[in-house]
Design a protein around this ligand. Structure first.
Ligand code: GTP
Ligand code: MG
Length: 328
């Protein structure tokens, strides 16, 4: 199951109380204060790790509590600090509190303290002064933070594959990477996003295959547009078109409309005319070229591999030039 949006309740540990105590030894009447401090409560930490792919671990683990710090004891013994709890999430998890983003864990090892454990209270030993030698006060430990936190996964990919169901997105991904998405001749074969790594010479990039879009996806039609979040970070979209379909032009426009409703309308887009091995595709492509006049179109067959290498080299070049621009 691909779980990419969960709300959890976290409670960090409270600090332990400080202790009120006095030294009691046989030959030392009126021994001084020796109450130790309480220990710190455990923090709740969220960390991005490569071996988690979805947020499924939180489906049945919605209330997470760290332990309290131990109370201080006599003989200036400090209470023990409680261990922190580290919650592992996939790389690309966005963390929100009251709908505000508080962290975006884009890289492996990124972590935040989502809820701070309470500090331990001071024991009475700390309150002794020259005038007040026998203080009977100690501090209580501070409460640990408690809150609701929303975790939203947005996959990290350089390239997003978009298009109508059946246009051949998964076929293309399986041809260019080791990813093995399900492929079939019916719509909505892909039901969850999948990443593939594409190697080009000595560089590589990551592409995300997502379920196909249809008209009204933004209203929840078909698989809806909820998976578009997973291509929101991509730099380039590959828009696949099934060229065996005479209505390719109107379908192309439908997808672009759905993309612009999701603020992806201005994302760099490469138009990919797929299924060129099918006889009728040539005529349909001529027609599409006329309608899109100046726009560049890559004609490929994800099935036979025709034109795929050229497309991949082009994408790689574009990504590299974009990266250079970002550094300049
Ligand atoms: N002839 C031909 N068939 C293709 C080509 N690319 C994909 N197909 C076929 O088209 C059908 C759909 O391919 P998929 O890769 O599952 O399409 P998709 O875009 O991922 O579809 P959804 O996951 O439903 O959105 C399958 O039967 C593929 O074998 C191609 O270049 N030529
Ligand atoms: Mg698919």
């Amino acid at each position: 199951m691909f779980i990419d949006d969960v709300t959890i309740h976290v409670k960090a540990g409270d600090g332990g109380n400080g202790c009120v105590s006095f030294r009691r030894e046989k030959h030392v009447p009126k021994g001084g204060p020796d109450g130790g401090d309480g220990g710190k409560g455990g923090d709740i930490i969220i960390e991005a790790v490569p071996h988690q792919r979805t947020l499924i671990n939180f489906l049945h683990r919605k209330h997470i509590k760290a332990k309290h710090g131990q109370h201080g004891k006599g003989k200036k013994m400090f209470g023990r600090n409680s261990p922190d709890i580290v919650l592992e999430v996939p790389v690309g998890t966005v963390i929100k509190e009251n709908e505000q983003t508080i962290a975006d864990l884009c890289y492996q090892g990124n972590r935040i303290i989502a809820a701070h454990g309470g500090r331990g209270g001071k024991g009475n030993a700390k309150f002794a002064t020259s005038t007040k030698r026998a203080p009977r006060i100690a501090e209580e430990g501070k409460e640990g933070e408690e809150k609701d936190i929303r975790l939203e996964l947005r996959l990290i990919a350089d390239v997003g594959l978009v298009g109508y169901p059946n246009s051949g997105k998964s076929t293309l991904l399986s041809r260019i990477s080791h990813a093995r998405p399900k492929i079939a001749d019916y719509p909505f074969t892909t039901t969850e996003p999948l990443l593939g790594v594409i190697k080009v010479h000595d560089s590589s990039f990551v592409a995300a295959d997502i379920p196909g879009l249809i008209e009204g996806a933004h209203n929840g039609k078909g698989m809806g547009n909820k998976f578009l979040a997973h291509i929101s970070r991509t730099k380039i979209l590959l828009h696949l078109i099934d060229m065996s379909d005479k209505n390719s032009y109107s379908k192309f426009n439908v997808i672009n409309k759905e993309l612009s409703l999701y603020n992806l309308g201005n994302r760099a887009q490469i138009i990919v005319a797929n299924k060129m091995d099918i006889i009728t595709a040539q005529t349909n492509l001529k027609d599409l070229r006329k309608k899109l006049h100046s726009k560049e179109i890559f004609a490929i067959s994800a099935l036979t591999g025709e034109g795929v290498k050229e497309l991949i080299y082009y994408v790689d070049k574009l990504l590299n030039s974009e990266e250079r621009q970002n550094y300049e």
